[in-house]
Design a protein around this ligand. Structure first.
Ligand SMILES: Cc1cc2nc3c(=O)[nH]c(=O)nc-3n(C[C@H](O)[C@H](O)[C@H](O)COP(=O)(O)OP(=O)(O)OC[C@H]3O[C@@H](n4cnc5c(N)ncnc54)[C@H](O)[C@@H]3O)c2cc1C
Length: 479
């Protein structure tokens, strides 16, 4: 058991087996791996292990088991639910996939690509693009998050309404299991109905069942024309009406439909002061909409005709259409920059909620009213992937409060939002996962049958509880 070793003993044993280059133990070197993206939580670890191959991951699992250490897998460490940083630093290592980033193959005929888990999402997208292909997963963290992390969180993002969540983009997986053996299902077959699809178990498992080492993904033709518009509307009800119209009029060519409040402009410019305002900024709510196509499809004409109709009907009251790729990028920077703006205002409540599409406006109104009543000095910032019924209803306490006072506000706001969410039969995690941050809320809402099944799967695959303990579920200590 690890308790008979000092930390120095454990570190020396890891070095002896894995080699110096694979092991980090200095506090300064480990800090970026041990701190969450927002900087709210800083942890520690016995070491950070950085294997370069699947065989080295297997070796790392064997040595950790021998030493009684549990393993917290880590990709880009952009997860927002504390799943990738240790909660018991004295008995845990971080296993970072950052040195496993090779692209094993890109096949334009098969529309598929096989990448190692540590490949950064943006780089995978660029490599696909260089072959005239498109990997549709797109999220604000794509410059840092890694494919293995995307698979392990079943990431969503801005293109879900057209291409689906990560699960729908995965063709095959290679996973190192908690006993150090390899589950090799790295197939690029489109159809394969041979019984239970085991790879699905590891998608969204947040590292609790094994370490994803490589992923085969679906590609699509590169959308060579993209039309992007930022539109101002009067209400969230009008947003939903616009969405229904766009679904019908733009068919399946709509690739993004995001809503955001006017404070998004202020927050984004706090993070990026040079961002030029593209629009007045005084409408009650904004929509960032994108339609894209390839080949013979004329998306510019489609966007123009669509907007003419909705402007004429008074559904849209202000708007700008990007005239170039650079202008489109500028519009997206407001959507992405508002996250960083919120982070700069200090610790705040971040939610990741989904409700039935048609009930989204009622939910947001009711939940914001509940927060205003319970924590009147806080600001609600509701935005998100409206086409998926997914809203980030975040709550920012006023500046100048102590950390303890902020925590009280956050706790209060979360409680009242979750109470409203319960009445709407919604989800507390539409896309970010459970990690350790949402574990209690998740466990409280599980039925007996769900808990039984999840526990049975975990115990069958990881009976010694080596993989990411207390992430998603708290099933006790190492056996
Ligand atoms: C600015 C910003 C915007 C974001 N936008 C979105 C969004 O639109 N949609 C969305 O879904 N998420 C979003 N996220 C959250 C985050 O980017 C995603 O969850 C992403 O998929 C995490 O990938 P990662 O490589 O950073 O994983 P990490 O944070 O390193 O890990 C996440 C979880 O997966 C596990 N894990 C990581 N790699 C592996 C592996 N190879 N094998 C097994 N387990 C592993 C970890 O243990 C942890 O539990 C955003 C985050 C930020 C900071």
């Amino acid at each position: 058991m690890h308790s008979s070793y000092t930390t120095a003993d454990l570190q020396a044993a890891l070095r002896a087996r894995m080699g110096d280059a694979a092991i980090l133990t200095e506090a300064a070197e480990m800090l970026p791996f041990c701190r969450d993206w927002h900087g709210d939580v800083t942890s520690n670890a016995v070491a950070v292990i950085r294997p370069r191959s699947t065989a080295e991951v297997c070796e790392a699992v064997h040595v950790c088991r021998e030493l009684g250490l549990s393993i917290v897998p880590q990709g880009g460490n952009t997860g927002l639910v504390l799943g990738a940083i240790p909660d018991r630093p004295e008995s845990q290592v971080i296993l970072s996939l950052e040195r496993m980033k090779a692209v094993r193959s890109v096949d334009p005929d098969d529309f598929s690509m096989v990448v190692e888990a540590g490949c950064i999402l943006a780089e995978a997208k660029e490599i696909a693009a260089s072959k005239g292909m498109f990997f549709p997963l797109a999220l604000g963290a794509q410059g840092s998050c890694r494919i293995g992390g995307n698979v392990s969180t079943n990431a969503g993002g801005i293109n879900v309404l057209r291409y689906g969540m990560t699960r729908e983009l995965v063709l095959g997986l290679e996973v190192v299991l908690p006993d150090g053996t390899v589950f090799d299902a790295l197939s690029t077959l489109r159809k394969d109905n041979r019984g239970i699809d085991l790879k699905q178990l590891f998608i969204g498992a947040e590292g609790t069942l094994g370490i994803v080492t490589a992923v085969a993904v679906k590609l699509t033709p590169c959308p060579d024309s993209v039309a992007t518009a930022l539109l101002g509307l009067n209400s969230l009800e009008d947003v939903m009406q616009l969405y229904r119209r766009a679904r019908r009029d733009c068919c399946d060519l709509m690739s993004a439909f995001e809503f955001m409040p006017p404070i998004a402009f202020t927050l984004a410019r706090e993070a990026m002061p040079d961002l030029a305002m593209p629009i007045g900024g005084d409408c009650p709510v904004y929509v960032l909409m994108e339609i894209s196509g390839s080949g013979l499809v004329d998306v510019d004409e489609l966007m123009q005709r669509f907007l003419e109709n909705v402007l004429e009907d008074g559904l849209v009251i202000d708007g700008v259409v990007a005239a170039s790729a650079a202008q489109a990028r500028n519009l997206w920077l407001f959507r992405e920059g508002m996250n960083e703006g919120q982070a700069r205002r200090g610790m705040h409540l971040r939610t990741d909620i989904s409700v039935q599409l048609s009930r989204l406006p009622d939910f947001v109104r009711e939940a914001e009213a509940a927060v205003a009543a319970a924590a009147p000095d806080c600001i609600c910032v509701s935005y998100g992937h409206v086409g998926d019924g997914n809203v980030h209803l975040n709550v920012m306490p006023p500046s100048g409060l102590s950390a303890a006072e902020r925590s009280v506000r956050i706790h209060t706001a979360k409680k009242v939002i979750n109470a409203v969410l319960g009445r709407y039969h919604g989800s507390i995690s539409a896309e970010h996962g459970i990690g350790r941050l949402k574990r209690t809320d998740f466990e409280e809402r599980l039925s007996d049958v769900q808990r039984h099944l999840l526990t049975a799967i975990k115990k069958a695959i990881d009976p010694a509880m080596v993989m990411n303990p207390r992430c998603q579920l708290n099933l006790g200590e190492l056996s």
